[in-house]
Design a binder for this molecule. Structure first.
Ligand code: NAG
Ligand code: NAG
Ligand code: NAG
Ligand code: NAG
Ligand code: NAG
Ligand code: NAG
Ligand code: NAG
Ligand code: NAG
Length: 448
């Protein structure tokens, strides 16, 4: 590969390396910054030096692969920054490598080709046993990372555009052969940062860290049309030490959904999602703002959600699992949620979602224990809440504290079954299953 370096790109790279604030924080606000060690990249490459042309016409797959191969083979442990200048760069899917930063300049757009015929396939995830929406293999994500360490995707608010439309249409008309590709997937990887980028029009789930640890996402904007199917924003899946903050998401499905595989496959793989923080997020979703599940078979534990603002959404907070899932959902702490124009404020349900196949064991029930939801304020909320536990595995130790939801219209305002817990300072008055416990001396005391 012949490399010619334009002086202008050297100047830009030098500029970036000197003035980029690596530890910018706003006042004394808590941030995710401590979770992934900040690496300074001494080596830099520009995608232009590998023949890429950002004219919105040229296909740049070879340039991305050549640049990333160079980084892979350079073997440098401080890693390399790959600079994508302003322009629109068409490419097929590509793989990242360890110790790299993919840096999108202001006005840089990496755009997926809309080739649904030759898109590569990869094996199903073991905790799913098949593709999430179709049996068998699944299309590789547009940008993919497998078994990586120390990867950053950042820049000056550049865009990664999945051009999902033809994929959404295949879903709509039932012609999908395999599960649609996500926009960005990291699998079995650690020390990952995604920040200061716009992720848009994913064919399927947008950002999917699966079997990962130490993942930080902040200052991202995730966009997809309200009617685009399954375009979840961020899906931490069987992953730990994930921190998501200061982002805006508006898509066609759940904004953030914490998952851990499903049914017999997820139970056998046994890989929980745990130690996850989600804070200072804003957005709107026709489904849920913050979701846990419905794929919860590896277990979901110690999830902290703080300061969320939701507009025009289906459900504010949705904790969902299913029979046959097994796994336990424990230690979920949600506080500081403002919601406006939402159909259902809070929903916790034991019978949501589909199954991979008919081999799930209907007697393998999920355990839901220890959920705190406090300091919630909602206006124009049509239905306050629904909590449906399972008869043979009632949900236990649920605490609702300081929850005010106004504008409820369609009764029943609250509806509960097979749940124990307590409710204090909750308006409108919640279902007897929760208020009765409070009267009998149960309380939220050890939750708050
Ligand atoms: C960034 O970190 C360095 C070294 O820890 C410190 O000297 C500097 O003051 C920090 N800058 C800001 C803006 O916090
Ligand atoms: C890459 O690093 C490994 C382990 O540090 C070393 O064995 C190998 O020789 C290096 N390769 C190159 C091309 O520098
Ligand atoms: C990208 O990674 C996937 C999964 O690890 C692999 O199957 C595929 O061959 C890789 N593609 C390229 C072009 O290296
Ligand atoms: C996960 O990635 C590491 C490299 O980081 C590799 O050694 C290991 O085999 C991978 N595990 C699986 C299950 O793919
Ligand atoms: C980044 O781009 C998005 C989409 O164009 C825009 O909504 C957002 O305000 C931008 N963020 C910043 C910090 O410029
Ligand atoms: C829960 O997760 C947070 C990070 O979100 C972590 O700081 C804390 O140590 C975890 N608690 C336990 C008991 O593991
Ligand atoms: C959440 O918001 C409250 C009130 O605005 C503020 O005091 C608190 O610091 C915020 N917490 C986080 C983690 O941002
Ligand atoms: C109740 O929650 C609201 C936010 O919804 C908050 O402003 C208020 O301080 C909370 N009250 C108590 C007693 O915690």
């Amino acid at each position: 590969m012949k490399v010619s370096r334009a002086p202008i790109s050297i100047f830009i790279l030098f500029f970036l390396s000197t003035v980029l604030p690596h530890n910018l924080s706003l006042g004394s606000q808590i941030t995710c910054a401590g979770i992934v060690p900040m690496k300074h990249r001494n080596n830099m490459l520009s995608i232009s030096d590998f023949g890429a042309v950002g004219d919105g016409k040229t296909l740049n797959t070879n340039s991305f692969n050549a640049a990333i191969d160079r980084i892979r083979n350079s073997n440098s442990s401080d890693g390399t920054l790959l600079y994508v200048p302003r322009g629109v760069y068409f490419t097929e899917s590509f793989n990242l490598t360890s110790h790299m930063t993919l840096y999108l300049a202001d006005g840089a757009v990496i755009k997926a080709v809309q080739d649904t015929k030759n898109w590569p396939l990869v094996d199903p995830l073991p905790s799913y046993g098949r593709g999430r929406e179709r049996p068998g293999r699944r299309y590789i994500s547009f940008i993919h990372g497998d078994g990586l360490n120390d990867v950053v995707i950042t820049g000056r608010n550049g865009t990664i555009d999945g051009q999902g439309e033809p994929w959404w249409n295949m879903w709509r008309d039932g012609t999908l052969k395999f599960t649609r590709p996500g926009l960005i997937e990291f699998k079995n990887s650690s020390n990952i940062v995604v920040s200061h980028v716009v992720l848009q029009n994913s064919p399927f789930w947008t950002l999917h860290p699966v079997y990962c640890s130490n993942v930080v996402v902040h200052h991202v904007t995730i966009l997809a049309p309200t009617d685009s199917p399954n375009t979840d924003g961020i899906d931490p899946d069987s992953s730990s030490n994930v921190c998501i903050e200061d982002s805006y998401i508006s898509t066609g499905d759940d904004l953030v959904a914490v998952k851990s595989g499903w049914d017999e496959y997820g139970i056998a793989y046994n890989h929980p999602s745990r130690d996850i923080t989600i804070r200072r997020m804003t957005g709107s979703s026709p489904f849920a703002g913050i979701a846990i599940g419905s794929e919860t078979s590896g277990g979901i534990q110690n999830i902290t959600v703080e300061n969320i603002t939701l507009y025009n959404s289906g459900i504010g907070i949705h904790i969902k699992t299913n029979i046959g899932r097994g796994g336990s959902i424990q230690g979920i702490k949600i506080s500081g949620v403002y919601m406006e124009k939402v159909r259902t404020g809070i929903k916790i349900s034991g019978n949501t979602g589909d199954h991979p196949d008919d081999n799930f064991n209907p007697n393998t029930l999920p355990i839901v224990n220890g959920i705190t939801i406090k300091n919630v304020w909602g206006i124009k909320v049509e239905r306050a809440g629904m909590v449906y536990g399972l008869k043979d595995s009632p949900f236990t130790n649920l605490c609702l504290f300081n929850v005010t939801l106004t504008g409820t219209q369609s009764p029943p305002i609250w509806k509960c079954s097979d749940v124990t817990g307590a409710a204090e300072k909750v308006n409108p008055t919640p279902c007897p299953e929760l208020t009765a416990t409070t009267q009998q001396g149960g309380s939220c005391e050890n939750h708050i």
